[in-house]
Design a protein around this ligand. Structure first.
Ligand code: AP5
Ligand code: MG
Length: 216
């Protein structure tokens, strides 16, 4: 049966950073709903145009659009063995939809690492984040700097600062997380999937905690 890992945690806690490392370690594909929306925005698709209006305000994109986008992605052959899901599900409606669709794809949610950090840490991480245009690799100007400013170490593409990392939008994203996504902590704890991970450690130690939790 295919193995799906759901990375849960607030904006800026390190889901994307860790998901890329986990994908290399486990051989599972990394699927980030935020990256998929940003690709659609870049390509100016209908979905991208619609999503932009929500993302720019720090609000969630409506469930029906998000679920349809993920369903299409999970149906592709590279997800046969499973995937690391980063940023999806973000509401209980999405979590229910995921359970249903994985049933069809002969998979299930295996573990749900819930990465935690204080709001102060999240704001600090997001305000210094630089993201690569080609593949969404992330850096931080102080905490995880690239070798050369504004250039991705891994693929040489340009680094940019996300529009939704502006301080007003960050505050709204954290609020939306607490209202709409935090209920998933209880949801997955109740199903016995949740594993708490201390996200305030450095990147390498968070990875160690995650890998040992996934082995259990
Ligand atoms: P999305 O792109 O998913 O953003 P997010 O959840 O807000 O998460 P972030 O990407 O901001 O943070 P992260 O946890 O990945 O942290 P990162 O590794 O980059 O979503 C964007 C928007 O799309 C949403 O607001 C919503 O509008 C929409 N959307 C997406 N999914 C949706 C869904 N399912 N339903 C509806 N709408 C949806 O790290 C952050 C920074 O910290 C980096 O600079 C990094 O270098 C640094 N860092 C990471 N780990 C450490 C560490 N351990 N120590 C020091 N620095 C660290
Ligand atoms: Mg991310």
């Amino acid at each position: 049966m295919a193995t799906f890992i759901v990375l849960l945690g607030p904006p800026g806690v390190g889901k994307g950073t860790q998901a890329k490392i986990m994908a290399e370690e486990t051989g599972l594909v990394h699927i980030s709903s935020g990256d998929l929306f940003r690709e659609n925005i870049k390509g100016q698709t209908e979905l991208g145009k619609l999503a932009q209006t929500y993302i720019g305000r720090g609000e969630l994109v409506p469930d029906n659009l998000t679920i349809a986008m993920i369903r299409e992605r999970l149906a592709r052959p590279d997800c046969k063995a499973g995937a690391i899901l980063d940023g999806f599900p973000r509401t209980t409606t999405q979590a229910d939809a995921l359970e249903k669709m994985l049933g069809e794809f002969n998979g299930k949610v295996n573990k749900v690492p819930y990465i935690t950090a204080s709001e102060k840490v999240l704001v600090e991480r997001l305000s210094g984040r630089w993201t690569c245009r080609a593949n969404g690799h992330v850096y931080h100007d102080k905490l995880n700097p690239p070798k050369q400013a504004t250039v991705c170490d891994l693929d040489g593409s340009e680094l940019y600062q996300r529009d939704d990392d502006k301080s007003d939008t960050v505050v709204r994203r954290i609020q939306v997380y607490l209202e709409q996504t935090a209920p998933l902590i209880t949801y997955y704890r109740g199903r016995g999937n949740l594993i708490e991970i201390n996200g305030t450690q450095n990147i390498r130690d968070v990875t160690k905690s995650l890998l040992s939790a996934l082995k259990k």
